[in-house]
Ligand binder design. Structure first.
Ligand code: SF4
Length: 896
């Protein structure tokens, strides 16, 4: 058994002997022995080794309890299995052995032949757990295992049934009073009276009134402070409207994890799980779901070779048989399983590139994506995310023609960010490579990518015009970047006009980039272009136009049978043809046309409503992509046109829509600008419900006055001292990855010496969501992160009692920000963005009435004018570190 920290490594022998090793000693021993560990990749990162053979408890957990979750730590495993929580590293090592025994003891209850068939397959692939699993499983009759589905797990999945499309929703309104009554019913008799929540439900009900004019939705902008209970507050009128009108309300939030949280709250509305499954659907993009055809391809390839690649597929087969939704991201697929198997490998099992062959697929009627799309059509509440809603609107419907009419946008402060991503254009090496793969499929190597020929070859086979059109499209696609493009353009010797253009873009960025690489890459203005760039852009645009034209011609030919009144195609064939036509037209009319327009505009005067820039993206200092970007200066314009105006009712809500601006008119005008609602013809109704929490008593804000900004050693000392004073439960937030890493390196071992686990985004071999899960579960842990952690974390209770910012979180001074500043109010815009960031982070401290928290910033340059980010009356003090440490310990009840 092996448990690794940053300063201590514990090895427990099978005889029970505990040894404390150095990392070097542990690495040497791993060459001879395969220990029991929890999260092999994370342990390898801590030991600074590439990898090693081990029995990973999490793999056993995934086999024994598929589609179930545990926090991926020894304590998390112990909690999931009902075992005593380990308090020390030695106890953690013992806990691993106990957990292994407990899991293996569950196996005799699994009488299915499939479990044995899968374990035998994994055994042939050399899975280290296989002998123990086979010994624990019930014995099988000789020859019986051959009848099991094993890796052909799809055989057991239920098929979806087609239903008539629902009629259009009615227009019956929901009054504020009705919303209050529905909320009271949801909360149940005897529930604590929460007048703020009832006021909120009443306020947002206005968005469910019938529309009075086309293009003028009933819009409500509603700010609800933390603790108001806004989810049930908007669910009350939304569910009532959906029932009265036999319609569907789309609730959209920012992240996939928040989707899961909202869906969990809907248990109150539908306590019966069967009814809830019918009425509530978590809707995600198709790239989130496992594609059974991709899985089958991988399983067939692995089954022919008894290699280690079988074991991951065995674990995925167990999950497929148990999953409720087939959702690989944020559903019941544990995030840590993706980390163990490899995110690339898991990603290749989803339909990431739009290679679906729809009704030609043998799994079509069992397909998880199809089930999700169909279920959403008949649901009362669809819980979606902003990215999906925007993409659906931008592309005119993704997987079906559904256009929602009633929306609730939760986490509304992220709305424009999602709109920006959906309505921007990005022409890059990676995007070009992806499109080439979609068109030409795998050209070399072991990729299983299906190109156009493989997907629709049979559809064009019978048509004497379509065959040549397909070939023409495939020839035109050779302009796109091929494998190895990266190296070629770095050497300045591109193989196609696309690659030649990218080489010039790269040169311009390197020549002009101002400001250092903050860990994300470097960028330069698109104008004036370097010599040769405009000509290269024009050549590339002409090539892309030829490709787009070829795709359009092919789409037109495939459309012919769809419009043939005399010999209409079978329904399944119609579906396929329709999907093929839509896929081709989307690439031609949106992706390629967008690229071509950007390229041609490089030689023209800039437009006022958009901004273009060139970028060289980098990961850990290495180039990862070269791109030309175009964004809307105000993404609220396309959002309002394409999403908001066609809707009948829209609620945009968040805990932080306003930034503490005391003048209500100014505050709401800024909120309307920041959510895109200022572009509606009628102003939205505004509602603000204050938090019921006593922030003055529950929180303190400290600005540390004696830490120099550019001294990582002193910054690290500040983080460590404050985190120790809080005894963990601390979140450290950084505005640059390099500073995060520098601080992490200095404080990991000292914190561990205090018994405090330190987790870090960009350092640990775990996804952000996994790190947050561990942080939430381990009450005395600390987490370091950047923007994604700041925006995506929701940790109620004692697990979050201290937030430390390294610097004032000003907006990144990039080209896009410079273009946006004048449109959103000039210099005050910087302050507003920063105040909102501080406010959002601060709001994470208190999620319940009995939470207490400290908000500290190690940057004495925080201007006083930004302090209105914090609620009125909250004590804000500027003080030296030593005083802040003492105050933190005292306030949180941790005397020295
Ligand atoms: S229908 Fe498409 S997404 Fe579904 S399993 Fe088949 S190929 Fe994959």
């Amino acid at each position: 058994m092996l448990v690794a920290g940053f300063r201590e490594v514990v090895w427990l022998s099978p005889e029970g002997e505990v040894e404390a090793l150095s990392a070097a000693e542990a690495r040497a021993r791993l060459e001879r022995e395969a220990p029991l560990v929890c999260h092999r990749r994370a342990v390898a990162r801590r030991l600074d080794t590439a990898g090693f053979a081990a029995l990973d408890l999490l793999e056993l957990f995934a086999f024994v309890r598929p589609a179930r979750f545990c926090v991926p730590t020894p304590r998390g495993l112990a909690a999931a299995l009902g075992l005593a929580p380990p308090a020390t590293m030695a106890e953690a090592a013992v806990a691993l052995a106990t957990a292994a025994r407990a899991l293996l003891q569950e196996l005799p209850a699994d009488a299915s032949l499939d479990a044995r068939a899968l374990a035998e397959a994994a055994d042939r692939g050399g899975w280290l757990w296989a002998p123990a699993v086979l010994a624990a499983l019930p014995p099988a009759e000789p020859g019986a295992v051959r009848r099991a589905a094993g890796l052909r797990v799809w055989q057991h999945l239920a098929e979806w049934q087609e239903r008539a499309p629902p009629p259009p929703a009615g227009n019956a309104p929901v009054s504020g009073e009705e919303a209050r009554r529905r909320l009271a019913a949801l909360l149940g008799e005897g529930a604590e009276a929460r007048p703020q929540q009832a006021d909120y439900a009443d306020g947002v009900a206005a968005a469910f009134a019938p529309r009075q004019r086309p293009d003028a939705p009933q819009a409500v902008l509603a700010e609800a402070g933390t603790g108001v209970g806004k989810t049930l507050g908007y669910v009350a009128p939304a569910s009532l409207w959906a029932e009265k009108n036999q319609g569907t309300v789309w609730i959209s939030t920012y992240t996939r994890n928040l989707q899961t949280q909202i869906a969990q709250e809907l248990d109150r509305l539908y306590p019966d799980p069967v009814q809830k499954r019918r009425r509530v659907v978590i809707r995600k993009g198709r790239e989130n779901f496992l594609c059974l055809l991709n899985y089958e391809d991988a399983a067939r390839a692995a089954a022919t070779r008894a290699t280690p690649s079988v074991a991951p597929l065995v674990l995925i087969a167990r999950w497929i048989a148990a999953t409720a939704s087939g959702d690989l991201v944020g559903g019941d697929f544990p995030g840590w399983l993706g980390e163990l198997i490899g995110r690339g490998r898991v990603g290749s099992l989803a339909d990431r590139r739009g290679e679906c062959i729809h009704s030609a697929c043998p799994h079509f009627r069992r397909c998880f994506v199809e089930k999700n799309v169909r279920a959403a059509r008949h649901a009362r509440l669809v819980v979606a995310n902003h990215a999906l809603v925007m993409a659906q609107a931008a592309l005119g419907g993704l997987d079906d023609a559904t256009v929602p009419t009633r929306y609730v946008f939760d986490e509304g402060h992220h709305l424009l960010e999602a709109a920006d991503a959906a309505f921007s254009v990005r022409l890059s090496g990676q995007e070009g490579r992806e499109l080439r793969r979609w068109l030409l499929g795998a050209e070399a190597g072991r990729s299983r990518a299906r190109g156009l020929q493989r997907r629709i070859g049979d559809l064009v086979g019978a048509d004497e015009d379509a065959g040549p059109a397909l070939i023409e499209a495939l020839v035109a696609a050779r302009i796109l970047p091929a494998d190895g493009w990266h190296q070629r353009i770095a050497d300045g010797r591109g193989a196609t006009s696309f690659e030649n253009f990218l080489a010039l873009v790269r040169r311009q960025v390197l020549a002009r980039a101002a400001g250092g690489d903050q860990g994300y890459g470097i960028e330069a203005e698109a104008r004036p272009p370097i010599d040769g760039l405009v000509d290269a852009a024009a050549r590339l645009a002409a090539g892309l136009d030829r490709l787009a034209e070829a795709l359009r011609r092919l789409a037109t030919l495939l459309r012919r049978p769809l419009e043939d009144a005399e010999n209409p195609p079978e329904p399944a064939m119609r579906l396929r043809l329709d999907a093929a036509v839509r896929g081709l037209e989307r690439r031609a009319d949106q992706q390629l046309a967008g690229w071509s327009a950007v390229l041609r505009d490089l030689g023209r005067e800039p437009r006022s409503e958009t901004v273009e820039w060139l970028a060289l993206d980098r990961i850990d200092g290495a180039d990862s992509d070269v791109a030309v970007n175009r964004s809307w200066v105000d993404p609220g314009i396309p959002f309002a046109e394409v999403v908001a105006k066609p809707a009948h009712g829209i609620v945009v809500t968040s805990a932080t829509l306003t930034d503490g601006e005391p003048e209500p008119e100014l505050a709401w005008a800024a909120a309307e600008a920041a959510t895109g609602l200022r572009h509606l013809s009628e102003r939205p109704r505004a509602a603000r419900i204050l938090s019921p929490f006593d922030y003055r008593a529950q929180t303190r804000v400290f600005i540390i006055t004696d830490i120099p900004r550019d001294d990582p050693g002193q910054s690290a000392a500040g983080f460590a001292a404050l985190m120790t004073a809080a005894r963990g439960g601390a979140l450290g937030l950084f505005t640059a990855i390099a500073r995060l890493k520098a601080v992490h390196q200095r404080i990991a071992a000292p914190l561990e010496a205090q018994g405090l686990l330190l987790l870090a985004q960009h350092v640990d071999a775990m996804a952000t969501a996994t790190l947050v899960d561990i942080f939430r579960a381990e009450e005395n842990s600390c987490l370091l992160g950047t923007d994604a952690v700041r925006d995506g974390i929701d940790v109620p209770g004692r697990s979050l009692r201290l937030i430390v910012f390294d610097r004032v979180p000003w907006p990144r001074p990039d080209i896009l920000h410079r273009a946006r500043r004048p449109v959103f109010g000039g210099a005050p815009y910087d302050d507003r963005v920063t105040r909102l960031r501080l406010r959002q982070a601060y709001g994470r401290l208190v999620r319940r009435a009995d939470d207490k928290g400290i908000f500290a910033i190690l940057d004495r340059a925080l201007p006083t004018r930004l302090l209105s980010a914090f609620p009125e009356g909250v004590p804000v003090r500027r003080l030296p570190l030593v005083a802040a440490v003492a105050e933190t310990a005292r306030f949180l009840g941790n005397p020295a």
